[in-house]
Design a protein around this ligand. Structure first.
Ligand SMILES: [Ca+2]
Ligand SMILES: [Ca+2]
Ligand SMILES: [Ca+2]
Length: 251
């Protein structure tokens, strides 16, 4: 039994260690982009009107030569909504056995930056909000929009930030992958939470770079049952420890 669990454990962890990140083009270095919300492919950024730029408004990419610049809240330069959305689908079919085990978690991180009110011109104030989230879906990614609007996805996790100007700030989350998951959709956005433009350029200097999404393998072997509770804590591993710490000491 012990040996079986060990083999299972290795099987679980081996394919994961070879993947640094699940995101394709994580730093927006490749100009590939699909304008709109039915890209027909995984591993490609898609969504509202954005640009991949080098130095812009005095802000340089967090990493590499280029970064994402949010421009408009829709797929054109004239808009009436409030969020510039960029997505990528992640096909998890290669990890079906591990996902079925229900033991996989992922951790995501993204860097965002923006100009300050000094460059706001007649607008006086610049929008400050960024959001970063992840959705787990069952089924084919062609059902994304239908499922998204019907909120029939399996799980979601969101972090948001009222950002500071001229400073790369990190957003991060972790999420357990539900056992029925077929694909993930990672999403990053800038929101018009201060000035809402109905036409023209909606964001005058809002950027993102270095998006990551990595598996956090959870040790499938059963925790030992020692008497002292401190030893029991060790059995949960680093993830569990961090989670418990948060829960116990945050409030
Ligand atoms: Ca970059
Ligand atoms: Ca939008
Ligand atoms: Ca708008």
């Amino acid at each position: 039994m012990k040996r079986l669990l060990l083999i299972f454990g290795l099987f679980l962890i081996l394919p994961l260690t070879t993947h640094a990140t699940l995101i394709v083009n994580p730093g927006f270095e490749d100009q590939s982009y699909s304008l709109g919300f039915n890209p027909g492919s995984t591993g490609l950024w898609f969504g509202d009107y954005v640009e991949f730029v080098s130095e812009h408004n005095g802000i340089t990419p967090y990493e590499g030569e280029t970064m994402l610049r949010f421009v408009s809240t829709t797929t054109s330069s004239a808009a009436s909504t409030v969020r510039s959305d960029v997505w990528q689908f992640i096909d998890l079919s290669a990890y079906a056995p591990e996902i079925a085990s229900g033991l996989l978690s992922v951790q995501g991180s993204a860097y965002v930056n923006r100009i300050g009110d000094d460059l706001a011109g007649s607008d006086v104030l610049i929008n400050t909000m960024f959001e970063f989230d992840l959705f787990a879906f069952s089924g084919d990614f062609s059902t994304f929009l239908t499922q998204f609007y019907a909120q029939t996805y399996l799980e979601s996790e969101r972090v948001s930030l009222l950002s500071s100007p001229y400073e790369w700030q990190m957003l991060s989350f972790s999420m357990a992958i539900p056992a029925m998951t077929d694909f993930l959709a990672i999403h990053i956005s800038a929101t018009e939470n201060v000035n809402n433009y109905l036409s023209g350029i909606e964001f005058h200097g809002h950027y993102a770079d270095a998006i990551t999404l990595n598996f956090l393998p959870i040790d499938p072997s059963p925790a030992p049952v020692p008497e002292p509770s401190t030893l029991l804590l060790l059995g949960f591993g680093m993830l569990g420890l961090a989670g418990l710490k948060k829960r116990f000491f945050k409030e």
